[in-house]
Design a protein around this ligand. Sequence first.
Ligand code: PLP
Length: 385
Amino acid sequence: MRKDYLPYGKQWLENDDIEAVINVLKSDYLTTGPTIANFEQKVANYVGAKYAVAFSNGTAALHGACFAAGIGEGDEVITTPITFAASANCVSYEGGTVVFADINEVTYNIDPIEIEKKITPQTKAIIPVHFTGQPVQLDEIHAIAKNHKLIVIEDAAHALGAEYKGKKIGALSDMTMFSFHPVKHVTTGEGGVITTNSESYYKKLVQFRSHGITRDMESMTQNDGPWYYDMQFLGYNYRMTDIQAALGLSQMDKLDNFVERRREIVQMYDEAFKDTEYLVTPKQLFEGNSSWHLYVIQLNLDKINSTRKEIFEALVAQNIGVNVHYIPVHTLSYYKELGYKEGSMPKAEALYETIITLPLFPKMTNEDVKDVVITVISELKKVSK
Ligand SMILES: *Cc1c(COP(=O)(O)O)cnc(C)c1O
């Protein structure tokens, strides 16, 4: 058994990251200074988008995107149940109605055919989630959006560095959200970014993140003097600090190496599990190149005399930090109280019964990977039918 607990995900900080943060602490600006703009520029350049707007976290960024898209009461927004609650919550914040569409059972991503079934005259937007870092079927989703005049906001919290048909995720839809939480590809502690090619979305996002306040003379109807500003709509304080942005800038330089290492680890897992009948490894389809935020296996419960819960507990007892991504969002109490029924998303619900997320982060050593493989296989063999 491993001596120390191996978590399912973890940041990788080095001395230069720490130096970058210290330099900002010694500077004049702790927030809303030059480092924010540099960080935004770096993310925009990386994904090939015209604009990037940094937020205090990814959830706030999604909230901003829903505001900029004009989502409000009476509007329906379609998303997947296999995601973190924030992908749906951002619609509720603005008074919109969340509509779930079931997944494709091979990719675990939202299925365009299921999206089509959920469209009504009230549908305003789609929030597809690149679950685990595997791109959704963007061509099909964009075609649906074009047909029905819908806005597409990608939740790319898992997909920084991923590619769809050779193009980086981040400049392909109306807006795209990235998260910089420590388990994601690179971190700012807490942080989020919206990338977009639209100047009008960009302006709304910047104003929304700072109370709805503007100092832009041209858009103001009154100007009492040089101190004057106007608040034109209800915004929030969702700003990222320069301290966080400095960490993000430094981390962005390492992103490609981190993604490459994640892909290497996935290859090792795939190779090690390819002949095991007790589990199903994740599959890539539809011309995406995943950035591999998560490695999610399905237990083949027909081949083992055990439950997912027992396997999960056995792995944790062996210091293998497994997790489950995700509990289908429509089965959480808040959404159930809004009327979403268990049984309404059969594929998502069936998937949830069998999945376990194995540790995956760039700082994992080959020895760590071996520990996971050996422990998973031996625990499953013990309960083989
Ligand atoms: C992490 C995550 C978010 C939210 O990001 P935070 O920065 O934690 O607020 C949203 N959607 C998905 C799919 C995520 O994994």
